[in-house]
Design a protein around this ligand. Structure first.
Ligand code: PGA
Length: 248
């Protein structure tokens, strides 16, 4: 059985002081947490958070990496650079990057490849907009997004993590129902099964306004293997309560 994986996505939030205080509170409450857990922090805080997490069960993650290996790409951070800070996970293709930074399916697939080559687990995000859901295109959209990553990564595909994040649920307080989430997760699982004999190893996370009130029912679904949590991961009691819900 896959143990649950709960990942905080801090997005562009935090400060040296706020990070130290948040993580002190989270780590102090981790004694009865059994699930796998990580926080994906802004790149400038990787060194700080690496130190704060040393010796703890909380993994370190980044939020993006460059599609290029090295060289004249001002402002970019490479997969190998992340590896220098013992980064274990990297969010790839978050809808905010697809939307505000025009990341295509192909770019996302290359970034996933870069992560895997550096020994970092890519958390590949897929998800439909509200207009796409209303037009009945949910399945086609998420399958197209995942297909690009499968195509570029071949047999390594069993090493990725997938996050289903309906765009209309991110930061809006609207959540997919457990049934809606499970339906899409089952589609993604079937697609992975067609690509690899090891699809059962792939964790498929749900993200989009996951919170202490809805986490348990989402996590109870057979193909929901954890969560990618934005806003609620910035509040230690909320994040801890969700880590505990994933530990049952
Ligand atoms: P949210 O964000 O939990 O604040 O909706 C989730 C995400 O975007 O990863």
């Amino acid at each position: 059985m896959r143990s649950k994986l709960m990942v905080g996505n801090w997005k562009m939030n935090g400060s040296l002081m706020a990070n130290a205080s948040l993580l002190a509170d989270v780590l102090a409450g981790m004694a009865d947490v059994q699930c796998r857990a990580a926080v994906c922090v802004p790149a400038v805080y990787l060194a700080q958070v690496q130190t704060l997490l040393a010796g703890s069960a909380m993994g370190l993650g980044a939020q993006d990496l460059s599609a290029h290996e090295a060289g004249a790409y001002t402002g970019e951070v490479s997969a190998d650079m992340l590896r220098d800070f013992a980064v274990r996970y990297c969010i790839i293709g978050h809808s905010e990057r697809r939307q505000y930074h025009a990341e295509s399916d192909v770019t996302v697939a290359i970034k996933a490849q870069r992560a895997l080559a550096a020994g970092i687990t890519p958390i590949v995000c897929v998800g439909e907009s509200l207009a796409e859901r209303e037009a009945g295109q949910t399945e086609a959209v998420v399958k197209r997004q995942l297909a690009a990553v499968i195509h570029a990564n071949g047999h390594c595909i069993s090493e990725i993590v997938v996050a289903y994040e309906p765009v209309w649920a991110i930061g809006t307080g609207l959540t997919a129902t457990p049934e809606q989430a499970q339906a899409v997760h089952a589609v993604l699982r079937a697609q992975l099964q067609a690509a690899t004999a090891h699809a059962d190893r792939v964790s498929i996370l749900y993200g989009g306004s996951m919170n202490p009130a809805n986490a348990a029912s989402l996590l109870a679904q057979p193909d929901v293997d954890g969560g990618l949590i934005g806003g609620a991961s910035l509040k230690a009691p909320d994040f801890l309560s969700m880590l505990k819900a994933a530990s049952r």
